[in-house]
Design a protein around this ligand. Structure first.
Ligand SMILES: *Cc1c(COP(=O)(O)O)cnc(C)c1O
Length: 363
């Protein structure tokens, strides 16, 4: 492993870099949380100190995304993948069906997992063009008996996203927003449920959050594991068992940080600017290729390859030496991917573009 004296720019898809300001604050409070003489990691989840952290986290998330009162916010352990199983089990009665749009690998996984429990249907599959674009789904694409339409709002691995969410009225939308939650403004009312694993835009891995319309809690009526049951989690204010307390604390710090910078709209603008700098450069170069259809490009995960693919290992190794970490594409696609979530400052993008320019000059 290379050694660095300072923090570097980490372009990993997740776990991803977190803001240095937040990490410093967590570090300052690590041994003695607000004069309690204990780490927040060491206090009871049922005590006043942690209860305040949990309340603050829930309230801040509600405020940042303008989540209406008829939606419940849940924190669970288990990552986004947990919800691939929990969604059909909580929402679909035995034998009921739902539609899934397969726009990438996580979308495929969510579909295949739901299939184990219910006869769900795939209404779109982007594998023929290696997931380089996003469909324009309409009501005519939706089956009459679909209880919901599941989408993955941003495709983390292949780097495309729904710039506009599907304008369907026939079935309510459920969205996996793991890799873009809090990066853009959303109208929560357009969704029956939104969920996200924390390690891209919220905090440490293992924590996930669910934003669900309250009337859907307990809809399936099925006997399902308590730990997967959203109604049980809601009734117990995300503390049916011991929640991932430290992760929820870090999430609170992230939410405070977003709020202190002006909220989600500030980051939406900044993320558009950041992605534009990088895509404009890639499009102007004769060495780099950004394969995703322009109109559907992700602002969070910028995927690119080299025209001469034999140069890719060299680029990767030089980038690592320059403190630009984690640029390798997903193991299933190769090439490169710069994950540029909220925590990646504009300076990181500028440094990356400078590096790519220099590399192009040299080869
Ligand atoms: C990372 C990711 C997941 C998987 O999250 P886990 O926390 O590992 O379960 C699921 N969906 C999307 C869109 C992701 O980006």
């Amino acid at each position: 492993m290379r050694e660095f004296k300072e923090r570097i720019y980490n372009f990993c898809a997740g776990p991803a870099m977190l803001p240095t300001e937040v990490m410093k604050k967590a570090s300052d409070e690590f041994l003695n949380y607000q004069g309690s003489g204990m780490s927040i990691m060491e206090v009871s989840h049922r005590g006043a100190i942690f209860e305040q952290v949990l309340d603050d986290s829930l309230n801040l998330l509600r405020e940042l995304l303008s989540i209406p009162e008829d939606y419940e916010i849940l924190f669970l352990s288990g990552g986004a993948t947990l919800h691939f199983s929990a969604i059909p089990l909580n929402i679909l009665k035995e034998g009921e069906t739902a539609d899934y749009a397969v726009t990438g690998l996580f979308a495929k996984k969510s579909f295949e997992e739901a299939q184990r429990f219910n006869p769900v249907k795939k209404i779109y599959d982007g594998s023929s063009h290696i997931f380089t674009e996003i469909p324009k789904l309409k009501d005519s694409d939706i089956h009459d008996d679909a209880v919901y339409l599941h989408i993955t709002s941003n495709n983390t691995i292949y780097g495309c996203r729904y710039v506009e969410f599907p304008a369907v009225t026939k079935a309510p939308l459920i969205a996996d927003m793991t890799s873009e939650i809090l990066s853009r403004k959303i109208d929560v009312r357009r969704f029956a449920m939104i969920y996200a694993g924390a390690q891209k835009n919220i905090g440490p891995s293992g924590l996930s959050t669910v934003i669900i319309r309250k009337d859907l809690l307990g809809r399936s009526g099925r006997t399902i594991p308590m730990m997967l049951d959203y109604a049980v989690t809601a009734k117990n204010k995300s503390m049916y068992n011991t929640p991932p307390t430290y992760s929820i604390y870090i999430a609170k710090l992230i939410f405070e940080w977003i709020k202190s910078k002006g909220g989600v709209s500030t980051f939406e603008k900044l993320n558009e600017e950041k992605a534009k700098i990088l895509y404009d450069f890639l499009d102007s170069s004769s060495l780099y290729v950004a394969p995703v259809k322009k109109a559907d490009r992700s602002l969070m995960n910028v995927v690119f390859t080299l025209k001469d693919r034999s140069l890719e290992p060299k680029l990767l190794s030089q980038a690592e030496d320059a403190g630009l970490h984690g640029l390798e594409g997903h193991r299933t696609v190769g090439g490169f991917r710069a994950s540029i979530y909220n925590s990646m400052p504009k300076e990181g993008i500028v440094a990356l573009v400078e590096f790519l320019k220099e590399f192009e000059k040299k080869v």
